[in-house]
Design a binder for this molecule. Sequence first.
Ligand SMILES: C[S@@+](CC[C@H](N)C(=O)[O-])C[C@H]1O[C@@H](n2cnc3c(N)ncnc32)[C@H](O)[C@@H]1O
Length: 235
Amino acid sequence: MFEHINTAMTGSKSPQITTPPSSGNRLIKIVWRMLEFGWVYRLFRAFAADDSFTNHLIEDWYRVEPSTRVLDLGCGTGDTLQLLPTFASYEGHDINPDYIRLCRERFGERGNFIQTDLSSDQFGAAGQFDLALLVGVLHHLDDEACLHLLRNARRALRPGGRLVTLDGVFHSGQRPLSRFVVSLDRGRHVRREENYLALVGQIFPKIRHEVCEGRIRIPYSHILIEAVCDDAPAI
Ligand SMILES: C[S@@+](CC[C@H](N)C(=O)[O-])C[C@H]1O[C@@H](n2cnc3c(N)ncnc32)[C@H](O)[C@@H]1O
């Protein structure tokens, strides 16, 4: 089930980056800016979410038990925490102070919420976590920042711990409307399927993945990747 990835696959330093069409440029930038407010982001997320996809994530990918120690990297407004069993321990990091403030207001002592720039800062105690989540984060960062983040995520995981990532993706056979909507994402580093695999595969040699088309209420394509932390030292 797990794939061994040839890291030479991508060869690309610069990911597939798209620019919004110039006619809609200003409007798109206003939407991106609005989404920086925690309450706007929460409304958008609630609108776009689909129960069957959410269940797929929880049951087949996150697989959190009450004893699981979760490190949520780019935790946003904490919506993933709401889906987890009450007793799972949880630490969330995000760069946006408004999102972190909202997480603290919503969840209080239920989790530990820390403002962190994941592209450059250290985070998470070494070897302490069973599961690291990167939900909607890699496509916000360039390759160098992603590698820094992935190395740190690996350091924070116990041997046998897992990383799960979820991002917008370009892939062959994609519906044109999905491709267009993905190209408007405020994350400016949406990549092709093979580029995500090569990137994560540089730090975690054992991975499996799935590309999902049209699983939320707007036309969109996602890539899910699960990586297992083996005992070998991080690269
Ligand atoms: C698409 S949102 C996903 C949020 C959350 N994981 C969710 O599922 O709702 C991407 C998140 O990554 C965060 N982010 C982007 N760049 C970051 C960075 N350099 N350091 C920390 N967080 C970052 C954003 O603030 C935002 O909360």
